[in-house]
Design a protein around this ligand. Structure first.
Ligand SMILES: CCCCCCCC(=O)SCCNC(=O)CCNC(=O)[C@H](O)C(C)(C)COP(=O)(O)OP(=O)(O)OC[C@H]1O[C@@H](n2cnc3c(N)ncnc32)[C@H](O)[C@@H]1OP(=O)(O)O
Length: 214
């Protein structure tokens, strides 16, 4: 079973298209997100922060595309820098940790990441919703989100142990079984060499799409 899996390129296309500065800005906003959750509520920097951010937003208001322009047609191939805006692996999305995906054998996808305070759930641990998000994302790519949409139909996550903040997390996902349109995928997160979370899920293309090739 050999499957073609297209992965986000970690911003290479953006860089090649002259978006180096925008990538740098995304990195700064990512740093800003981290700073926001580390500020004291009475920080004396707040008034100036508001003023400076207002200037930044003023600059952007005339540049940003309408929301509808950023939503691609579901049944056309994904083009442009759509993947660079993803909330998990999008180099241009400051919400994304980000993760840079790579192949792991023929049917698997692997990545590593480290999450900081914006992702904190219980003290010192990654928020469970983000644990599921990370797994959903890498498992979706392992399922073969290849220039077409394949959706998560079911995802069951086992939170075996705490998923720690500030530590290197190894994420892997692999296709377990293909049954017609149904693609069953497994995924796991390791920290310090131990599996801390694992998941199994079902991925499906929309009904009017051709079935994936075995
Ligand atoms: C940019 C990169 C993104 C990375 C990927 C990230 C992943 C995502 O965020 S995806 C977004 C979240 N998911 C969604 O929006 C999906 C919403 N759901 C849908 O659109 C539809 O339900 C869709 C397209 C998945 C499936 O549609 P449809 O084929 O009509 O569904 P449905 O008939 O309910 O199920 C199909 C089959 O799966 C089976 N099935 C469904 N759930 C289960 C389950 N839990 N266990 C076993 N079988 C199941 C059904 O019984 C059915 O079987 P059969 O065809 O043999 O009768």
């Amino acid at each position: 079973m050999t499957r073609q899996v297209a992965l986000p390129d970690g911003g290479e296309k953006v860089r090649a298209a002259g978006g180096e500065k925008l990538l740098e800005a995304a990195g700064q906003v990512r740093e800003l997100l981290d700073a926001m959750v580390r500020l004291d509520v009475r920080t004396p920097a707040a008034p100036e922060l508001v003023e400076r951010l207002d200037e930044v937003l003023e600059l952007l208001r005339v540049e940003i595309a309408p929301e509808s322009a950023m939503v691609p047609d579901l049944f056309k191939d994904r083009k442009g820098d759509y993947m660079d805006r993803s909330p998990v692996s999008g180099a241009l999305n400051p919400m994304a940790p980000p993760v840079s995906l790579r192949m792991d054998g023929e049917n698997g996808v692997r990545t590593s990441t480290r999450l900081g305070l914006p992702y904190q759930g219980p003290p010192g641990r990654v928020h469970g919703g983000w644990v599921a998000t990370l797994l959903d994302h890498v498992m979706g790519f392992a399922a073969g989100t290849v220039d077409q949409w394949i959706f998560t139909r079911s995802l069951t996550v086992d939170y075996d142990h705490a998923v720690p903040l500030f530590e290197e997390l190894e994420l892997t996902a692999w296709v377990e079984e293909i049954d017609g349109r149904k693609i069953w995928v497994r995924g796991q997160i390791e920290a310090g060499g131990k599996v801390v979370a694992q998941a199994r899920g079902l991925w499906l293309p929309p009904r009017n799409r051709p079935a994936p090739q075995d």
